[in-house]
Write a protein that binds this ligand. Structure first.
Ligand code: FMN
Length: 367
């Protein structure tokens, strides 16, 4: 962690944010193909087990990679070597698309935050399916669950959104363990309107229809919905009403926010003036509030993956106490480096020992 903060991070942060991201991902993609690099990373970033059984899947630990980091599935074998208990790839859309023009990622360093307006730059669902098949055929599929985040193609009009999501799900469902319907990215015009109850119901119905279509109807894949932190509590409740009828496995809470916190230095204010979604420390409290609300409304019966501003073990602890069963990291990883998942896990394990807690499930929703 020290080495990353003092040596690596200044080098990466001296570059444009997207270039630094692409550079890191290309290193991880290369490392994915090297047995030596995989083994070395597995040793350096070894993490204590903290198993969770959920959605009929075994998670070696509850700390996952959030969507947006590995949009193409380029480094699938590496995430478990860095200590993650699962990863969510994508967002991927049915049509390949370039996303918004750069620059489109901005760091507000003094605030521990990022603003992005990527706009689902991705090679399309069919290309992602080929990549995932290659990892599997090459014997490099990880031991942990792999999820895929599904977005809507920009060129597809909102009223055709159900077909667009269903087309991606159809080609990918065989290749991943769970799916997240992303209706909360602020960077595709109109996308967030799909969080409205009737629009979302149509998208989920189209996906469930694919679940029951041969030849892949042997085992339904868990489907979750990812929501925005900017929804009112009433609007969240409407999404929750769809869970039973549409067989939702859970909710991912939350995506980035269009809101901006007050304060911050001049540099951060300049970044906050950029269009896009804000992630990192300023998002933490709101994301936790949304998780707590969902837990309370569903009496803990609908699993929540908590994401937003987790930078250390006590942030993770707070998310579990609010009701998250799993958590994910994006911005924390950018600021704290690849040692973060094992550091969080060690912190959780020692806190559990101190407080005499034998199983993480004892704290979920406890606060
Ligand atoms: C550059 C960037 C790209 C992202 N891309 C996606 C995406 O494609 N799909 C998605 O659901 N969330 C995406 N996210 C949101 C994250 O998955 C996460 O929900 C959000 O950043 C809050 O977590 P954090 O504070 O740990 O970063 C992206 C975030 C960032 C910073």
């Amino acid at each position: 962690m020290w080495f990353y903060r003092k040596i690596i991070r200044p080098i990466l942060f001296a570059r444009d944010a997207e270039r630094a991201h692409n550079f890191t991902l290309s290193l991880l993609a290369r490392a994915s193909r090297s047995q030596f690099a995989r083994r070395a990373a597995g040793k350096i970033f070894s993490a204590p087990e903290l198993p969770v059984e959920l959605f009929g899947l075994h998670f070696p630990n509850p700390v996952g990679l959030a969507a947006g980091m590995d949009k193409t599935g380029a480094a699938v074998p590496m995430w478990e070597k860095l200590g993650f208990g699962f990863c969510e790839l994508g967002g991927v859309t049915w049509r390949p698309q370039p996303g918004n023009p750069p620059p489109r990622i901005f760091r507000a360093v003094s605030e521990g935050a990022i603003v992005n307006r990527m706009g689902f730059n991705n090679p399309g669902a069919e290309a992602m399916a080929r990549t995932l098949a290659q990892w599997k055929e090459g014997g490099l599929w990880p031991g942990h669950p792999v999820g895929v985040n599904l977005g809507k193609s920009k060129a597809t009009p909102l009223e055709r959104a159900p077909d667009d999501y269903a087309a991606s799900f159809r080609v990918l469902r065989r290749h991943a363990d769970f799916f997240v319907v992303n209706v909360s990215s602020p960077n595709t015009p109109g996308l967030r309107q799909l969080q409205d109850k009737s629009a979302l119901a149509e998208v989920l119905a189209a996906i469930q229809e694919v679940q029951h279509t041969p030849p892949d109807n042997a085992r339904a894949k868990p489907v979750l919905v990812k929501i925005a932190p900017d929804l009112s509590l009433e609007a969240i409740d409407e999404v929750l009403e769809l869970a039973g009828p549409h067989h939702l496995a859970g909710i991912v809470a939350t995506n980035t926010t269009l809101g901006r916190p007050p304060g911050g230095d001049a540099g951060s204010q300049k970044i906050y003036a950029e269009a896009g979604g804000l992630s990192g420390k300023p998002l933490r409290a709101r994301s936790t509030e949304v998780i707590r609300h969902i837990f309370k409304q569903t009496r803990g019966r609908l699993p929540v993956i908590g994401v937003g501003g987790v930078f250390n073990a006590s942030d993770a602890w707070e998310k579990f106490r609010a009701g998250a069963m799993l958590i994910q990291l994006y911005t924390g990883l950018v600021y704290e480096g690849p040692g973060l998942p094992p550091k969080i896990l060690r912190g959780l394990v020692s806190k559990m020992e101190r407080e005499g807690i034998a199983n993480l499930s004892e704290i979920i929703g406890a606060g």
